[in-house]
Design a protein around this ligand. Sequence first.
Ligand code: GDP
Ligand code: IMO
Ligand code: MG
Length: 435
Amino acid sequence: MNDYIQKLSPVSAVIGTQWGDEGKGKLVDILSEQYDIIARAAGGANAGHTIYVPNPQNPEETTKFVFHLVPSGIIHENKVAVLGNGMVINLPSLMEELDTLKKYNIDLNGRILISDRAHIVFEYHKKIDAIEEEQKGDKKVGTTLRGMGPAYQDKIARRGVRVGELLEFDKFADHARTTFLTLQRRYKGLKHDLEKELEEIRRMLGLLRPFIADTGAFLHKAIKEGKTILVEGANGTHLDIDHGTYPFVTSSNPTSGGLYTGTGIGANKIKSVVGIMKAYTTRVGAGPFPTEIHDDLGDIIREKGGEYGATTGRPRRCGWFDAVVGRYAVRINGLTGINLTKIDVLDELKTIKICTGYTYKGSRLDSMPASTDAYDDLELEYIEMDGWMEDTSKAKTYEDLPENARKYIEKLEELIECPIQFIGVGVRRDQMIVR
Ligand code: GDP
Ligand code: IMO
Ligand code: MG
């Protein structure tokens, strides 16, 4: 296991490089053994991070956990999980996750900290999410309907309600009522029993209160004391509100910049940023996806890869690896290394295509187009590589991989201009090759 951390720095991060669901949870879970603190920085319950780990009560069995708000490192004993200030948190969803952990007898005492500056996602945010999607007609984003956009809108409009306010419940409730009134005026169809929701939140307070903290100060002190921190990114680079395929994006910054603003860790502190990159590409929801496969092969990859949303269960759109998407992520995030995941999903393919570049109106593009309209007229350059037609799921070292799989990996590395340090060959912890 030590091989993992030797490649990284004491304060490191793991982030998504494509459109989410690249397999961030799995690497975070593996690396967490070596880190003291695991912190989330952005997003909320739109994220779904899956891990397959030995059942905490019966290690012979493998148990699947899906985390939406709680950092994926929580399964490891004695680690502290931080829900950072950049997050937007739906309290019932959080309670549900905590309940699941408690069912497995996972001790949470002193191990969960929720930023007093994180914003609360109320049930009315979810309803507004649905109203906004409905109003968009055929321009729907295909959001997760978890209230992300509306909660971040309130934050930016400076009327959002923050977790720290819960500590003075009456003031908190008044603030929520005022904000809700503003929204009711704006969204005529919005029907919601806020008083009932506030009462439910009041009942959760006993459990939540000890978790609320100034997590920025906590992380700063931890760094000074020489503790190790792993920041767990959510969503993906191309879902970033600034750098993604706007407007088909989420409402926060899942790129590396968001790790700093979303935790309060100084920008010079995170020395390793590992980008998680699937050996092919997937996307849930609407929006540009240049290398999407529209025939049966897309279905084959979806079934083999289990490509169904961990949050919404929606089938994920599947396509070839896109090196333009990858290079862009390396650049925007300053990635120091890559974890290529799900190489095993390609085991049965005879030939594998890689998109190496885009041409738009006769010019080769160096980057992703800013306008979604441009995607309709892109010409894609592809190269084809021979598949390996062998099972890679039992490979333990790089040399165990078939020659054609290694050739594929080395070609991707050359195209994205970043070292591939880790290679995933299955869902379990032991199915990760360190290079
Ligand atoms: P995340 O949101 O980035 O954490 O990813 P998700 O959990 O939404 O989706 C990734 C899926 O791929 C999960 O079901 C993982 O268990 C699975 N996965 C991760 N790495 C690998 C891998 O190397 N091979 C295979 N076959 N599955 C993987
Ligand atoms: P993880 O962390 C995949 C997508 C949604 C939608 C768009 C906006 O599991 O990789 P939102 O609900 O955020 O307003 O939806 O962003 N999206 C994700 N897709 N994985 C995620 O997270 C995602 N988080 C948001 O599908 O297209
Ligand atoms: Mg996911």
